[in-house]
Write a protein that binds this ligand. Structure first.
Ligand SMILES: [Zn+2]
Length: 269
């Protein structure tokens, strides 16, 4: 599932491609991916300029000239491709938004969605989300304050979108590795210095993820060299049975709350 760095990469690249562009056509092949009658959806977005693309947590918000917002969540398996008809991936397309001869294809949008809202409705939909971990006003003290009220396993807290927005299975594993803490550890048992380390690891790993274009396998457009660069930089995620890059021990994959949880049993305490 795409997480904060993947969605931020999409945001950056999509702003370069479609900000200021007018939607010339829209094709909805899967009604369940949207929230309105498809005719109404089409009528509302057609001939509208995309003014800007924003991100909040794992969501993208396509702001339109008429004040409406298309709210995207890719969930599990969703991805996007932008390009000419001739470059279209050989996959089922759920929604296609056209900008002249270029198209933005939404693929794998089975659990994911593209919903149309007013700005106020969109804000309400996202109002339960916790703070943005990379925001300049999300300070160490703010983080320590939040963590001090939480109990249970560290991983569960990191994944909770209402506590901190944007972290999923991959980055929670990488953050815990970076901090040298077991994801299965109880928060109550993490000492103060390690909690501070966790905050710095969270910011470092997420920033590194963005810098290297996240871990999505598919490029956003032909010639896209940014997307997916973080894949080979993962230290524990999806590396079960491989050697730890830090200490050489074998990386473990343990199911925690039915989620795969990767860590090094030697250098994470
Ligand atoms: Zn290790």
């Amino acid at each position: 599932m795409p997480e904060l760095p993947e969605m931020e990469t999409y945001k950056i690249l999509l702003n370069q491609k479609i900000a200021g562009q007018v939607i010339s056509d829209i094709q909805i092949n899967r009604e369940k991916s949207i929230n309105l009658n498809s005719e109404l959806f089409k009528r509302t977005v057609l001939l509208q300029k995309v003014t800007n693309v924003y991100r909040r947590g794992k969501h993208l918000l396509f702001h339109l000239q008429n004040g409406q917002v298309m709210l995207l969540h890719l969930m599990l398996g969703g991805w996007m491709f932008y390009g000419l008809e001739s470059e279209k991936p050989k996959r089922t397309i759920q929604v296609q938004i056209s900008f002249g001869e270029y198209h933005l294809y939404f693929i794998g949008l089975r659990l994911g969605y593209l919903h149309l809202y007013s700005q106020q409705e969109a804000e309400e939909k996202l109002s339960n989300l916790g703070p943005e971990p990379l925001s300049s006003d999300f300070s160490l003290n703010h983080f320590l304050g939040i963590i001090s009220q939480k109990h249970g396993r560290l991983k569960t807290t990191l994944l909770d979108q209402e506590i901190i927005a944007g972290i999923g299975n991959c980055y929670s594993a990488e953050i815990c590795f970076h901090a040298g803490i077991l994801p299965t550890k109880d928060i109550d048992q993490i000492v103060e210095s390690k909690r501070s380390q966790l905050y710095h690891s969270m910011r470092t790993v997420l920033q590194d993820g963005i810098k290297h274009g996240g871990y999505m396998e598919n490029p956003l457009f032909k010639g896209d060299t940014l997307t997916g660069g973080f894949n080979e930089r993962c230290n524990v995620y999806d590396r079960e049975g491989k050697n730890c890059n830090r200490c050489g021990a074998i990386i473990i994959n343990e199911m925690v709350s039915s989620r795969k949880t990767f860590y090094c049993p030697n250098c994470q305490k």
